[in-house]
Unconditional design. Structure first.
Length: 222
């Protein structure tokens, strides 16, 4: 069941969207402010977020930046701001789509389905990722050759594979995997990256795919 987090400070909109989404067999979470939205996103890992920009505590664009610091969860912005610059700011921050209030529920549901389809297609692409002599399936959580990974190893590997070719900072990895209280524990990353290389790389001492960028972070090279 697809889990949707709806973030809006208008109770009637939250109620209407919850009723309509539940009726269509979505699992629905709601939040009335940005701080609650960020906490629910981290704790409950929704599949998609519908986000109002005009929140009482944080601007919606700030919430998008906060989310994009650690996750690629699809975000559909729902806002009464009709100006083009507001749309540009939200999309530049990492939103996937933008619906302007007042809106028709059928249009919003169609946008949700479209974003969910794109996400499903991207997930399918992650079912066959080559790392050394192994095939990693992030969706099924399997590695060819009978290799077994711990939950923490999976978490680190998934972050890297979902960002192919990109530098993923030590800060981002530590925050997402262990939490903000562990930002100085860089030895955790060295230990787990060494374990991943032993399990996945042809030559762990000279890795070709799980690369260290000294003092900065790590990179997955397909």
């Amino acid at each position: 069941m697809t889990r949707v987090l709806v973030v809006d400070d208008e109770p009637q909109i939250l109620r209407a969207l919850r009723i309509n989404l539940v009726a269509r067999h979505y699992d629905v979470l709601v939040a009335a402010d940005g701080a609650t939205a960020l906490r629910l996103a981290a704790d409950s890992h929704p599949d998609l977020i519908v986000l109002d920009l005009g929140l009482p505590d944080l601007d919606g664009v700030e919430v998008i930046h906060g989310l994009r610091g650690w996750t690629g969860i699809p975000i559909i912005v729902l806002s009464g701001r009709a100006g083009n610059q507001d749309k540009v700011d939200a999309l530049d921050a990492g939103a996937d789509d933008y619906v302007t209030k007042p809106f028709g529920i059928d249009e919003l549901l169609a946008r949700i389905r479209a974003v969910a389809r794109r996400t499903s297609a991207q997930e399918a692409e992650l079912a066959q990722i080559a790392v050394g002599a192994h095939i990693v399936d992030l969706t099924g959580k399997t590695v060819s050759g009978g290799v077994r990974l711990t939950p923490t190893e999976w978490h680190i590997l998934e972050i890297l594979i979902r960002n192919p070719g990109k530098l993923v900072s030590q800060r981002q990895l530590l925050t997402e995997v262990w939490g903000v209280k562990y930002l100085k524990e860089t030895h955790y990353l060295r230990q787990y990256m060494a374990q991943l290389r032993r399990k996945l790389e042809r030559d762990p001492g000279h890795p070709a795919h799980l690369i260290t960028e000294p003092g900065m972070g790590y990179r997955f090279k397909p």
